[in-house]
Each structure stands twice: as C-alpha cells, then as structure tokens.
Design a binder for this molecule. Structure first.
Ligand SMILES: [Zn+2]
Ligand SMILES: [Zn+2]
Length: 556
C-alpha cells in the first residue's frame, strides 16, 4: 500500500443504526475508533446481539495499533470485548468510558489482561504517525469526547456522538473553542454525528426535563417509579436531587442501574445526597409518598426489573393503584410492542403511566439537531466532509447541510457506507474500493455463541413455514429400512389440510432411501442430506413453501 495516503474506512454505523466502528490507516499503522454493537432488528429472529465483523482488522492484525473510544454507549463500546478477544491492542478512553468497558469485560473471559488507558479532555496522545487530542463534548452521557487526529496528510475531526448543550447538568461545557481552533488552522476531514440530521432547530438541554419532573414530583401522591437508561447519569442525578428536595428516599433497582450508578459515584460523576438511598427490600415498608424507585428496563426487555415489576414478579417491589410510572427515555424503533405491553400491564395495576412526547419534555435526545450540526460544520470548516452515525437518509440530509460551506473551503462531501474506503492526500480525496464488512449475530449475551448465518435462515423458515421432520427407522442389524418413513410436521400449513400431501411425501423419502447405495446408507450424514434435498425439492414444487426440514434417523 502507498504510504503517503490516509485511508478512512467505516466498518459499521454508516447506513445502519448502531454498531459504530471506524478504521484510520496511514502506511502500516491502523487506529480503530469505537467498537460498538447493534440491537437486532426484527428479521434477525431470536438473536440477542449484533456485532461488527472484524475481518478487515484481523487481516491486518499486525498493523492495528490501538482502539480509541469516544464514549460509553453500547453502540460504541458493546463490541470491545469481541474485538479484544481477536486483537490484543491498547484501549484509550475517558475513565468513565473505560469503567463501562471493564463492566462488559467482566462478563467475558479474556485470555489476557487488557491494557486500558484513561485519558482526559485536552490530553494529547501519540500513536505511530497519529497525534490525537481529546475534546470534551456534551451528549446524553457524561465524559464524552470528540477526537482531533493530526495525521501526516492533515487533521481529521471525529465528533463522536454529541449535542450542543448550553446548560449541561454537570456544567461541563462542550469545548467549542478547541474545535474552532482546529477549524482556524485547517481541517482536512470532518466526520460528524448524523443521528438527528432530520430534526429542525436545536435539541433541548438535558436540563429541559426538570420542569416536567418537578411537576411529576409535585403531584405524585404515592410511589414514583422512574426509568431511564442506566447510562443517563445526568438524568439519574436529577432524580436524586428532586427526591432529596421533595423528601423522598430513593431505591436503585436493576442490575445495570445499580452497577452504572456505583461506577459513576466512585468516579465523582454522580453526587448521591447523604441518607437518600434505601434498599429495594425497604421500599414496601416505607410510606408510598416518600419513595422514588429508579429502575432499569426502559425498552421492555423481558428480564429487566421494570418488566418484572409490570407483571408483579419483582422480588421486593409491587406496583399499587395510584403509583406513577415515568419513562424518561426514547422508544427505540422495534421495541414498541414490548414497551407498550409492559405499560399495559402497569396501567392494569392502576398505575399512572407517563411516556412519549410531552411538553415540557419527559425525555430529550442526546444528539444535535440541524442547527447544532450546522454550528459544528461552521466552526470546523473542513476541506472534506463525511456524515457518520446514521441511516442513509440521515447521512444524506447531513450532507446537504454542508452545501453552504462550498464558498468557505469545502471541496467535497462523501456519502460513505460501511466498508467504503475513503483515500485522502493533502489536496485530494476519493473513494477507493471497499473492504469486507458484515455482522456477527450472538445469542443470549455470550460472546462465545456466535450464531451462524444458517441458524438465522433456519429460524426464518421455522417462523414462516414451520417444520417438517421425516423420521426414518433403520434396522440396526440388517441396515434395512423396516417401514415406510413417518413424517411429523408443526406449523406447516400444507400438511394440515387433510390432503394426500403427507402420504406422497413419505413415498418421496422412501424412494430416496431405495435408490441410495449401501455405502450411502451407512453414512447417516449423507442420508440426512439426501432426504432433506429430495423432500425439499418436492415440497417447494408442490407448495412453494420452504419449511425447515430436519431428517431424523433412528436405529431400531
Ligand atoms: Zn451515544
Ligand atoms: Zn451512538
């Protein structure tokens, strides 16, 4: 590869929601920025997690120098354990981000001690030909940074996720000055968050939810049950403060809520007023008007504390008539059914359920809207621009927002998708080929259980067309088939309408067995595959359906 060019390759998160990961390459040096996961969409049946495919990084393993993290949301760190299980590279991020990474690593057995290096905003880091400065940004989470990466061909700014919050709850302002300084000196490439590129105006400050919650606290006559993302430290701080002001004790409930608040507290990012906390087991014997329950499970996750509370299956806490439940979170598309089912259960128990869009808001987004995106574009004034973090329509809207910069030095905007390689020199940039990208599906939260594509295909067939089991009995001594094969089916419509279809299918299987050689018959793997193929051909021809076919061979 030519050494005087910079290659910028998104490996995930462009043209798709979540799973953010990007590679920067100069010569024999590769930097990885973020390593996130994605929550599965509906077509990935029964899969729990979706991770990026690291094929490109594995092929170039000896050149990968470090992983740099912008912040601790799952779509940026969720695949760190999987990446570290493939590559032993140093990881850099703020202390809070790394603490969340460690929490994930605890669930996974790495064969070595990973090297995690905490960094602070304004800190400079040198890795090979890259000089990296961390710039504090505001977002729905604490301790988030953008990256200014000085390379031999010019400066690359990666915003991470951000909104421009003029009144952040922790008073840590977006460091627009440093961003503007880079803009003044000249930026080759800007990579900027596009999540809300289709939202006009400005995103509300994290403080904007306070009036709504003051109102909720004012009116609530019984228990207050409040749920938000466990990583929303700003939101949790607000609930602790309001509870203190209104004379309520707080119980923190749910595994992730407990561990993330402990991490934030230990790093000095969350102030817990003295004596405000009570244990979950003390909630029911404290007067209801004196209790706030902070609980995890905003997305209706079936095993979450909030879901269990909804069906009165929580070890310590019950919902009672007159309790107020407030969801201070966004309803992630795809989760509507689960969330609404949970809210229905709670309403049935007589709780007043508050969620969705309200004015004043009960939840605000963590991503900048159009005017904020414009502000960052105007401050950075890049020569080249690549919208990142978003589906194609959002990337394309964001690209349009940069058009007016043509007169201020913008040469070109590139709409990249995951896998596209952008090659930059000081005076030029062009798309140059693609690298392999893809998804890895994982079951039940364990990084060990990578679900093959074939499993997903099987699950789709099962759900659409059911299952067909041809059962073949072979005599252990003679190796002969004793009786006509049986066929059992479930959820396969054509088999249940009383036609002769099943009878005919049995004949098809019998014929396959008869026409097989003795050698084939002794190899059950081969026999199963032959039976499956012949039966499939028959079923597709007769019914145009594709049920899952699983031959079973029994020795009798
Ligand atoms: Zn984020
Ligand atoms: Zn994100």
């Amino acid at each position: 590869m030519t050494t005087n060019k910079l290659q910028v390759t998104p490996l995930g998160g462009l043209g798709e929601f979540g799973m953010n990961i990007m590679a920067l390459r100069y010569g024999d040096h590769i930097l990885v920025i973020d390593s996130g996961m994605m929550f599965p969409e509906e077509e990935l049946l029964g899969v729990d997690l979706v991770m990026p495919d690291f094929a490109y990084l594995k092929e170039n393993a000896e050149h990968v120098r470090a992983l740099i993290l912008t912040h601790g949301h799952e779509d940026h760190i969720g695949a760190v354990p999987l990446l570290l299980s493939e590559l032993n590279i140093p990881v850099y991020g703020t202390a809070f981000t790394l603490a969340l990474v460690e929490r994930r690593l605890d669930e996974y057995d790495l064969e070595y001690e990973p090297s995690l290096h905490p960094v602070k905003p304004r800190q400079l880091l040198e890795i090979g030909p890259f000089k990296i400065e961390f710039i504090h940004v505001t977002h729905s989470m604490v301790s988030c940074v953008a990256l200014a990466i000085t390379t031999p061909v010019g400066v690359v700014i990666h915003t991470g996720d951000f909104k421009v919050d003029p009144t952040p709850t922790d008073n840590e302002l977006f460091d627009l000055h440093t961003l503007a300084d880079y803009g003044k000196r000249g930026v080759l490439l800007l990579l900027s968050d596009s999540t809300n590129a289709d939202r006009p105006g400005y995103t509300e400050s994290e403080r904007a939810v306070r009036p709504r919650f003051e109102d909720i606290f004012n009116r609530a006559e019984r228990k207050l049950v409040i749920s938000c993302f466990s990583s929303s430290i700003h939101r949790i701080q607000l609930m602790l403060d309001l509870s203190q002001e209104f004379g309520r004790k707080v119980a923190i409930v749910g595994r992730s809520m407990v561990s993330v608040t402990e991490i934030a507290h230990s790093l000095g990012l969350l102030e817990i007023p003295d004596g405000v906390l009570i244990r979950p087991q003390d909630v029911m014997n404290t007067p209801a008007q004196k209790v706030t329950v902070l609980i995890s499970g905003t997305q209706g996750e079936p095993m979450s504390a909030l879901s269990r509370l909804a069906v009165d299956n929580h070890k310590h806490i019950s919902l009672e008539r007159g309790d107020v439940v407030a969801l201070s979170s966004r309803i992630i598309p795809g989760n509507e059914k689960a969330i609404f089912r949970m809210l229905d259960h709670m309403s049935r128990r007589g709780a007043d359920v508050l969620y969705g869009s309200m004015n004043p808001p009960i939840h605000v987004s963590g991503h900048g809207s159009i005017e904020e995106l414009r502000l960052v574009l105007n401050l950075v004034r890049p020569r080249y621009f690549v919208p990142i973090h978003g589906e194609y329509r959002q990337l394309s809207k964001h690209a349009r927002l940069a058009e007016h910069l043509r007169s201020s030095g913008l040469e070109e905007t590139f709409l990249l998708e995951s896998g596209d390689v952008l090659e930059l020199e000081p005076q030029s940039a062009r798309k140059n080929g693609r690298v392999n990208v893809g998804r890895v599906c994982i079951d039940s939260g364990s990084v060990d259980e990578v679900v093959e594509e074939v499993v997903i295909r099987d699950r789709r067939h099962l759900s659409e067309d059911g299952i067909v089991l041809p059962i073949i009995a072979i005599n252990r001594h003679t190796g002969k088939i004793e009786t006509l094969p049986e066929i059992v089916s479930r959820g396969f419509a054509s088999a249940e309408d009383g036609s002769t279809f099943l009878q005919d299918a049995r004949q098809v299987v019998a014929r396959t067995l008869e026409t097989s050689t003795v050698e084939e018959k002794t190899d059950w793997g081969v026999m199963k595959e032959k039976v499956r193929a012949d039966l499939k051909r028959y079923i597709v021809k007769e019914t145009s359906r594709r049920p899952l076919i699983m031959p079973v061979i029994l020795e009798v």
